[in-house]
Design a protein around this ligand. Structure first.
Ligand code: SAM
Length: 291
């Protein structure tokens, strides 16, 4: 899709004959990516969906102008949100992924042979279709019969579930628009109920640098429900601030396994990364301790 002369999709602009995406993170921070080509751009019922081919990050999924995942660094986030929690539940059978439309978390989760069912509840079918067709570096060729796609609001889906899942992964976009309710205490309470008696959940809990307030609130909400809580981090270059956080809430003790079961085809997570990702920088450790 070339754009000389034709109307540009929203969030893109031309500068000296070059195409740019500018992510409008906040009043004082805008992040721009030089774009080779617009691969896909359509509004859905929920958000504006684009797959862009960028110079430095390859193909990227962009929702409402915000970069969600890219060919170059998407594996960091997707491996961290899936392999890390699964190490604490080696007997897990049923996994629920809420959001995760790029399919990267489902692709990583499907690497565990002991899992019998992986339900993926994504509100926006258009995101899944666009990623499967145009972003295979992230989505892979996901055709595992254990993965069941449900196109529904994750908030509504968990309201009706009780004692069903061993692990729930909340792979949401930022807490605006359809994902806002995925950060609410009521939603976490429903996730808690949807888990089995020894189940655990993980969510992406935003940037410790720019959204420490959201991370602290998320940590507090999860700690009120779950006896065992751990925060861990990874660096994802396309997320504002780079450093990103994840929070695990668990009904079972979070004992570190003597041996991990991380598959040997990962690109980021390995045994050493699993063990060190819980080491929190001092500003973050003390911010959570005073909670
Ligand atoms: N890795 C990404 C990040 O942290 O920026 C996010 C991954 S994924 C693309 C987020 C997905 O959550 C989107 O596809 C979006 O459609 C989906 N989503 C947002 N709100 C949702 C809801 N209420 N129920 C289910 N899925 C939702």
């Amino acid at each position: 899709m070339k754009h000389e002369g034709s109307a540009l999709p929203p969030y893109l602009h031309m500068d000296n004959g070059e195409l740019w995406l500018t992510e409008d993170d906040r009043d004082n921070l805008k992040i721009s990516y030089r774009i080779k080509e617009v691969i896909f751009a359509e509004p859905s019922e929920y958000q504006h969906v684009m797959i862009l081919d960028s110079y430095d990050f390859g193909r990227m999924l962009v929702l409402d102008g915000v970069v969600q995942t890219t060919s170059i660094d998407g594996h960091i986030y997707n491996e961290m949100i899936s392999h890390v929690p699964l190490q604490f539940h080696p007997e897990a059978k049923r996994v629920l992924i809420i959001g995760g439309g790029d399919c990267g978390a489902a692709r990583e989760t499907a690497k565990y042979a002991h899992l019998e069912a992986i339900d993926m509840v994504e509100i926006d079918e258009k995101v899944v279709r666009a990623c499967k067709e145009h972003l295979p570096a992230v989505s892979g060729n996901l055709s595992d019969p254990r993965v069941r796609f449900v196109y529904d609001d994750g908030v509504v889906f968990v309201q009706e579930k009780e004692n069903v899942y061993d692990v729930i992964m909340i792979d949401s976009s930022d807490p605006v628009g359809p994902a806002e309710a995925l950060f609410s205490p009521e939603f976490y309470a429903n996730v808690h109920r949807a888990l089995k008696a020894d189940g655990l959940m993980v969510c992406q809990s935003q940037s410790p640098i720019f959204h420490l307030d959201i991370l602290k609130r998320t940590y507090r909400n999860i700690r009120e429900l779950f006896p065992h809580v751990l925060v861990y981090t990874a660096v994802v270059p396309t997320y504002p601030g780079g450093l990103w956080s994840f929070t695990i809430g668990s009904k079972r003790p979070l004992d570190f396994p003597a041996q991990t079961t991380i598959p040997n085809d990962t690109k980021y997570v390995n045994d050493a990364v699993f063990r060190q990702c819980f080491a929190l920088p001092e500003f973050l450790r003390s911010a959570l301790e005073v909670e």
